[in-house]
Design a protein around this ligand. Structure first.
Ligand SMILES: CC(=O)N[C@H]1[C@@H](OP(=O)(O)OP(=O)(O)OC[C@H]2O[C@@H](n3ccc(=O)[nH]c3=O)[C@H](O)[C@@H]2O)O[C@H](CO)[C@@H](O)[C@@H]1O
Ligand SMILES: C=C(OP(=O)(O)O)C(=O)O
Length: 421
């Protein structure tokens, strides 16, 4: 059991180093398995539990993988894949496991998916993935627990996503990259991480046009080769550090190549947070009482659902009533009950929440129900009086690298503990 212990009241000051993006590196590990020769090198890899699970999963299908933690570098040799099975005990522990299917399909002619994990956020369907594979010529056998996808070569087709699924877009681009002929993906996801994956695949030899337009065309090629790529910075990690600066009255300099917080920055500015880009560094501070905010989550370039829980904590500390409308997932308000235990006043009605601030927060024992509610509780702990103990800290470690050490370096009083129970 991992738990985080936070004693609130310290302002966070200094330079925060933003990790590489979880939601870019996971599809990249899946993409590396498409290369039948050579070694792929991924740099700026976040040392998070999801990456460790992805390494285990890649090894379980026969890839040779080196994770050089202090160099934040992965070396992946997928020249000898030996198993088409994505075993339940690893695959059920992270969502990114879904991104291994295209490589197994192309390299071994089948993928046997024993399970897919990820944050528990209500329904998380995969129908767009499987419908897409079918339209490319695969046979998909959806059993009670195991899904078997088979194909002796894929052929390009026109695909349409009902909503622009993030991993769905990545999977269908990977599947189309080695298919015969042209594939068109309509209503594709626009997320920057998807564009970073397209950059990697393009370096590998894939022919992909239209990234970022919602309308992607892929001309299939015969093979993809192993290359080197640097993972983009994690805008969710950056958003969390910006919020930590804001709610503690701190002053942080965020460092992460080409960091772009988009709408998150504008929403925090509406709340009174000041951002000052200084060349490659983004400074964040807040010297005034926070104003309340309205948030509607959406696919990119809308407000990212993954920062909805963290901004709920910020809203609880703002002076007035904030409104949050969650439009991506139907079960992403598990944070509300935990925040209320700390003294917040959050009322949930379906996919809408009303946050009445400002209420003083007091430390107590709380539970992370998913990665982002976990990090939102760390934020609450930083601003609370007394000690906050956050159970189920593994969920936080799924997505944030060396969190306690990075926050301690900025003045936070936070420790990460491991116990038997
Ligand atoms: C590893 C990774 O990149 N995870 C991210 C990815 O998850 P993930 O790719 O799983 O999220 P999707 O964009 O696919 O899902 C968004 C919504 O679409 C629905 N849907 C999706 C696919 C499908 O085939 N059918 C369907 O109905 C889901 O049930 C959900 O309600 O995007 C989410 C939304 O930005 C983020 O919260 C996750 O951090
Ligand atoms: C929902 C998330 O992750 P995953 O899709 O990996 O479960 C997240 O990062 O908040």
């Amino acid at each position: 059991m991992v738990r985080y212990r936070v004693r609130g009241g310290n302002a966070l000051r200094g330079t925060a180093f933003i990790q590489g993006a979880k939601n870019a590196v996971l599809p990249m590990i899946g993409a590396a398995l498409l290369a039948a020769k050579g070694r792929t090198v991924l740099r700026n890899v976040p040392i998070i539990e999801d990456v460790r699970r992805a390494v285990e999963l890649a090894e379980s299908v026969g890839a040779y993988v080196e994770l050089h933690e202090s160099e934040r570098t992965l070396v992946i040799d997928a020249s000898r894949l030996t198993s088409a099975v994505l075993p339940a005990e690893i695959a059920r522990r992270f969502r990114g496991s879904v991104l291994f299917t295209p490589a197994l399909l192309h390299r071994l002619g089948e993928a046997i998916v024993e399970g897919v994990g990820g944050c528990n956020l209500g329904s998380r369907n995969l129908d767009f993935h499987y419908l897409g594979y079918k339209r490319l010529g695969a046979v998909v056998d959806e059993g009670e627990t195991v899904i078997h996808v088979k194909a002796s070569g894929l052929t390009g087709a026109t695909l349409y996503l009902d909503t622009p699924s993030h991993t769905g877009t990545e999977n269908l681009i990977m599947a189309a990259s080695l298919a015969k002929g042209t594939t068109v993906i309509e209503n594709a996801a626009l997320e920057p991480e998807v564009l970073d994956v397209i950059d990697l695949l393009t370096k590998m030899g894939a022919r992909i046009r239209g990234g970022g337009t919602g309308f992607i065309t892929v001309e299939g090629v015969d093979e993809l080769h192993a290359v080197e790529h640097t993972v983009m910075p994690d805008r969710l990690d950056a958003g969390v550090f910006a919020m930590a600066s804001a709610i503690t009255g701190g002053d942080l300099n965020l460092v992460g190549t080409g960091l772009d917080l988009g709408v998150v920055r504008y929403k925090l500015e509406q709340m009174g947070v000041e951002f000052a880009p200084q060349g490659a560094v983004l400074s964040v501070r807040c010297e005034r009482t926070l104003r309340p905010i309205n948030i509607i989550t959406d696919t990119y370039p809308g407000f990212a659902t993954d920062l909805q829980s963290p901004i709920m904590t910020v809203a609880a500390l703002a002076d007035g009533t904030s409104y949050i409308h969650e439009r991506i997932f139907d079960g992403r308000f598990a944070l509300a009950g935990e925040l209320n235990k700390m003294g917040a006043n959050v009322e949930v009605d379906g996919n809408r929440a009303v946050v009445r601030g400002r209420t003083p927060l007091t430390g107590t024992q709380v539970t992370a129900h998913d990665l982002r509610s976990g990090i939102a509780l760390v934020l609450a702990g930083l601003a609370a009086e007394g000690e906050t103990v956050i159970e189920s800290g593994y969920l936080i470690d799924r997505g944030h690298a060396h969190l306690a050490a990075r926050m301690r370096a900025l003045g936070a009083d936070i420790t990460r503990e491991i116990s038997e129970h």
